[in-house]
Write a protein that binds this ligand. Structure first.
Ligand code: SF4
Length: 93
């Protein structure tokens, strides 16, 4: 039986040290961009709160860069790879 995307993602390992490698401005005033960001992250790490601010959890980040490119300095204020040895370790590509 073929593995689903979710099955494959579940095999990845994440090393985190409490230092977020991505910083955001969850109050950024562009509702459309916030909704696009929530939909675009393949790991579903961005969520829209009831007050329309964006919440974010860096743990589980796949380091794809989609959020950085999509928001172009808005919402995502800074983006970097985690320091050596931290972040995602892919198991199935
Ligand atoms: S780099 Fe990719 S996986 Fe990580 S938060 Fe941004 S969009 Fe999500």
């Amino acid at each position: 039986m073929a593995m689903t995307i979710e099955d494959k993602l579940g095999l990845n390992r994440f090393n985190v040290d409490g230092t977020p490698h991505i910083e955001i401005n969850g109050n950024y005033d562009d509702q459309t961009l916030k909704e696009r960001l929530v939909m675009a992250c393949p790991a579903k790490l961005y969520t829209l709160r009831e007050d329309n601010t964006v919440d974010f959890n860096y743990e589980g980040c796949l380091e794809c860069g989609t959020c950085r490119v999509l928001t172009g300095g808005r919402i995502v204020k800074s983006w970097d790879h985690p320091i050596g040895g931290m972040g995602v370790a892919f198991k199935k590509g």
